[in-house]
Structures are given as structure tokens and as C-alpha cells.
Design a protein around this ligand. Structure first.
Ligand code: HEM
Length: 492
């Protein structure tokens, strides 16, 4: 029976020639498929004409070129060379995602006012995983909460004296060291200060230091999103998990023993108390959301301010005439006081004209956020091209800030340029904090923090470089060897 089956199978089995033709057919089909796929990769489907550019290699696009470090404060060569070749709007592909990069000031200004209509917010993969995409109502909640605890009223009522006190103690400690690496020291300063406003120092006795963890985390945020051990992305996600566990613990403990029983009644309400009260009112405010929000706020309050501070240290040390004018402004503030030791006030902050020009100039050159990211909600026509629905749009703010049509000698640190700059240039070509509905909710807090720091620094201290000072863009600005300074108290 079995031999009968075998012989009948052999009778129907294909011969060698048939097998070969099937194999050739498969190869031909595969070749056609791959060629078509490659063609589609290079020429994505669109109803109109795509902006010029290249989609790079299959799967990874032009990611490697984009994150390739360049040792300069200038625009990354990736963007600079493509702007030259293709004009102000070009297409590319980053980590498998089609992206339009725009340095067109009119289009950028327009698109940033279309949030929720033509575009919505989008984040790079690591950012997206670390800062969960949130719904519209939770975004509004976060914005209002931030403004409530870090906005103008909070600054006027309580934050300025707290900041000044913390900065005075910090600088006194820095000046007792032989040398300070100012970027990581500034992360510690800004994290510790923000953590006190968020959860009143509940983590001060924690075994792992928050500021150390954030120092490592930042490195991975702009990395290639490859989650395997050894990569910066993997490390970043690991730290993110650890920080969230710590925050989750803080939240649980606070919920179990509310402030009146554990902290005493003299403690002022902090952001976490506020969140816990609102947890009963807002359905999206679950433990996960609260932990994520605290993490996000710690991040935004620390990385950008500390980078700006470190850069200000370097640029002021390299430009003595600017430092002189800045110092004069702050000495004038002290002279105008009845008591030179009285705390810094909101009105004094508002009188710091040159200081704010210095801060603008550091932010313009620093380009801490090199771009703003949006996703097209529908096909968007621009300059005869079409940006297809679903594509990411990177508003290259750095290209606006370093454009020689708007800023003479754009790579020169010249705060005095702001004396003559028209408001139309400011609104369309200077947006370190973004514009429109999603403009940074911590912009005033950041300016006040930086101004208060500069006030204490230039009136009491001088500083000299010990080592480091190298700047790299990848494309986020980084200081690979650190900025090591000797800070000494001024002798009057
Ligand atoms: C030098 C310091 C800072 C810079 C350069 C900066 C930059 C930015 C930028 C460019 C955006 C807009 C993003 C977009 O349009 O997609 C933004 C949004 C935001 N920033 Fe900042 N930021 C800084 C400090 C802070 C601080 C200290 C806080 C908190 C106290 C903060 C909280 C926020 C929040 C909550 C948003 C989202 C606003 C919304 O979607 O409504 N930022 N920031």
C-alpha cells in the first residue's frame, strides 16, 4: 500500500526543470517586489509634488548623517548642506520616518499657528517613549499646572527669593572647589531646585541621586531608537524606568500619609499635593500619568536651563566687554537698593534689560531645542510642493536663529545686537521657546532662573577656564569634555 502511494507521488513529483523555473519565477517576483519597494522608498506616494531631498538608505533613511556629531556651534552640516542644495524646505527620512525639514520663516510661522488644525505635536522616538504622548485635555492640564507652579505669579510670590537663596548657597559651594564642571553641576542645581517645588524634597534621602540619573538620561534622548543592551537608547529607557519607580514610590507614600500628618502644617502646598487633590476630579489623572508628568517636568526644568547656564559661563568668559556691561547693570541694581543685601525682586528682574539681551543671545546661539516637531494631519501645500498627510515636519528653529539675513554675523556672540532688532524679526525668526498655543510654559521661569543666577554670579564671583570647553552638535548641543571652571569670590 505504502509503495503504491510512493510510486503515485513520484509520478506527480515535478522534474528538475520545473523546480528551476519555479525558483527563477520566485527570484524574478522578489526582484520586482524589492525594486518596486526601493522605488517607493525613494519616491513616496503623494498627490502632489514632494519637496526636494533624499530618503537615504532603506529602513534607516538619513539618520546617521543627522546624528553625526559636528564640532561647532553652527548648524549641523546635515541641515546646512541640504539647505544649500535643496532650498529652505526639503524632505528626508529619519529612523524609517519620512520627514520634511523647514527653515522657511513664513511657512514655519504659519504652521506653528495651525496646531490642532493642520498639524499636531510629534516627538522623536526616544522622546515619545520617555514623555508619553498625551491627550489634548491632559496637555492643557499640564500646561496650566506648570503655569500655576512656575508661572509669573508663583515667581513673584515665592520663587525668586527661593531661587536666589539656593543659587547663593550653590555658588558658595562651587567656589570652594578647585574646579567645577558647570554643566553637570548646573543639572544638579536645577533638578534639586525643581524637585523641591514639585515634591518638597521627598527624594532627598533616596539611595540614587536624581541629578546623576538625569545626567545619564539626557545622553540617550537623541540617540538612534535601537533598544538593545549597550545602546544609549536602551540605557535611557532603563534610567527612565528607574526614575519612574522612584517617583511612583514618592506618590504612593504621599497618598498614604498626607502632608498634615507627616510633614507638619507649615509646609506650603507643592505641585504633588495639587496633583493628588486633582486625582479625584480628573479621570486621566491616574498614578501613571502623575509619575510621568513629574518626570517630564523634572527633565524640562533641568536640561535646557543647565545647558544655557553652562554656555553663558563660556561665552561671558570669552567676551570680557559683555561681562563688564552685564556686571555694571547688576551693580547698579545693588546701588539703587536701600539695603544692598535685600533679596532680589520682580521689579529688579524686569529692569535687567541687558541681562535679558545676554540670555536671548545665549539661547539664539545655543539652540537647545534645534527644532520643533509636528505631524501633518492632512496634505499641506507649500511653495508648489505637497507635504503628505502623516509626515513629520521639523521646524528647524536653529536655521532661523543662525540666518545671516536676520542676524548679522550670526555665529558671533553679540548681545548688543538685540538693542536694534525689530519685533517682526523676533516673532518670526527667534523662537527658542516655540510660538503659538504650545509655547513653552516655563519660559518666564527659565529667564528668571538664568537672570537670578547671573545676578549672583557677576556681582560676587569671577571664573576662569581650567579645562574642556569643546562644543559638539549631534544635533542637540553637547559639551563632550565638559566646561571646567575655577570659580572664586571677588575681593572688593
Ligand atoms: C531654557 C529653557 C527652556 C527651553 C529652551 C524650552 C523650550 C521649549 C520649547 C521650544 C517648547 C515648545 C515645543 C513645541 O512647540 O513643540 C517648550 C514647551 C514646553 N515647555 Fe519648555 N523650555 C525650557 C524650559 C522649561 C521649563 C523650565 C519648564 C517648566 C517649568 C518648561 C515646560 C514646558 C512645557 C510644559 C511645555 C509644553 C507646553 C504646551 O504644550 O502647552 N520648559 N519648551
Amino acid at each position: 500500500m505504502s509503495s503504491a502511494i510512493l510510486s503515485s507521488f513520484q509520478a506527480y513529483a515535478p522534474g528538475k526543470t520545473d523546480l528551476l523555473s519555479v525558483a527563477w519565477g520566485l527570484v524574478a517576483l522578489l526582484t520586482i517586489y524589492i525594486t518596486h519597494w526601493l522605488y517607493r522608498w525613494r519616491n513616496p506616494k503623494t498627490k502632489g509634488v514632494l519637496p526636494p531631498g533624499s530618503m537615504g538608505l532603506p529602513f534607516i533613511g538619513e539618520t546617521i548623517q543627522l546624528i553625526m556629531p559636528s564640532a561647532s556651534i553652527d548648524l549641523p552640516p546635515f541641515i546646512k548642506s541640504r539647505l544649500k542644495r535643496y532650498g529652505p524646505i526639503f524632505r528626508t527620512n529619519v529612523a524609517g520616518r519620512p520627514v520634511i525639514i523647514s527653515a522657511d520663516r513664513e511657512f514655519n510661522y504659519y504652521i506653528l499657528r495651525q496646531d490642532g488644525r493642520l498639524v499636531d505635536t510629534w516627538s522623536l522616538d526616544t522622546f515619545a517613549e520617555v514623555f508619553d504622548q498625551t491627550s489634548q485635555s491632559s496637555r492643557k492640564y499640564t500646561r496650566n499646572l506648570t503655569l500655576n507652579h512656575f508661572g509669573v505669579e508663583a515667581l513673584k510670590e515665592r520663587l525668586i527669593p527661593r531661587m536666589e537663596d539656593t543659587i547663593r548657597k550653590t555658588l558658595a559651594a562651587w567656589s570652594s572647589q578647585e574646579s567645577m564642571e558647570v554643566k553637570s553641576a548646573a543639572i544638579t542645581l536645577t533638578i534639586d531646585f525643581a524637585a523641591r517645588q514639585l515634591f518638597s524634597g521627598d527624594l532627598e534621602k533616596a539611595p540614587l541621586k536624581l541629578s546623576d540619573m538625569f545626567n545619564d538620561l539626557v545622553e540617550g534622548l537623541m540617540s538612534f531608537p535601537l533598544n538593545i543592551p549597550g545602546t544609549a537608547h536602551h540605557k535611557c529607557l532603563k534610567i527612565h524606568k528607574e526614575v519612574r519607580l522612584m517617583m511612583g514610590d514618592v506618590l504612593k507614600k504621599r497618598r498614604m500619609s498626607p502632608p498634615s500628618s507627616s510633614h507638619g502644617t507649615d509646609r506650603q502646598e507643592d505641585l504633588l499635593d495639587h496633583l493628588i487633590q486633582d486625582m479625584n476630579k480628573e479621570s486621566f489623572l491616574n498614578e501613571d500619568f502623575v509619575v510621568q508628568l513629574m518626570f517630564g517636568l523634572l527633565f524640562v526644568t533641568s536640561d535646557s536651563i543647565s545647558t544655557t547656564l553652562a554656555l553663558a559661563f563660556k561665552l561671558l568668559a570669552e567676551h570680557p566687554s559683555v561681562l563688564e556691561e552685564l556686571t555694571a547693570e547688576h551693580e547698579e541694581i545693588l546701588k539703587n537698593r536701600e539695603n544692598a543685601d535685600s533679596p532680589l525682586t520682580w521689579n529688579e528682574y524686569k529692569s535687567m534689560t541687558f541681562t535679558l539681551q545676554v540670555i536671548h543671545e545665549v539661547l539664539r546661539l545655543g539652540n537647545i531645542a534645534p527644532g520643533l516637531f509636528r505631524r501633518a494631519l492632512q496634505d499641506i501645500p507649500v511653495n508648489g510642493y505637497t507635504i503628505p498627510k502623516g509626515w513629520v515636519i521639523m521646524i528647524a528653529t536653529a536655521a532661523l536663529h543662525l540666518n545671516s539675513n536676520q542676524f548679522d554675523d550670526p555665529l558671533v556672540f553679540n548681545p548688543r545686537r538685540w538693542k536694534d532688532i525689530q519685533s517682526s524679526v523676533v516673532s518670526k525668526s527667534f523662537m527658542p521657546f516655540g510660538v503659538g498655543l504650545k509655547q513653552c510654559a516655563g519660559a518666564e521661569y527659565s529667564r528668571v532662573f538664568l537672570a537670578t543666577f547671573l545676578h549672583v554670579l557677576v556681582t560676587k564671583y569671577r571664573w576662569a577656564i581650567v579645562k574642556g570647553g569643546k562644543i559638539v552638535r549631534a544635533p542637540i548641543i553637547r559639551f563632550p569634555d565638559g566646561f571646567h571652571y575655577k570659580i572664586s569670590e571677588k575681593i572688593n
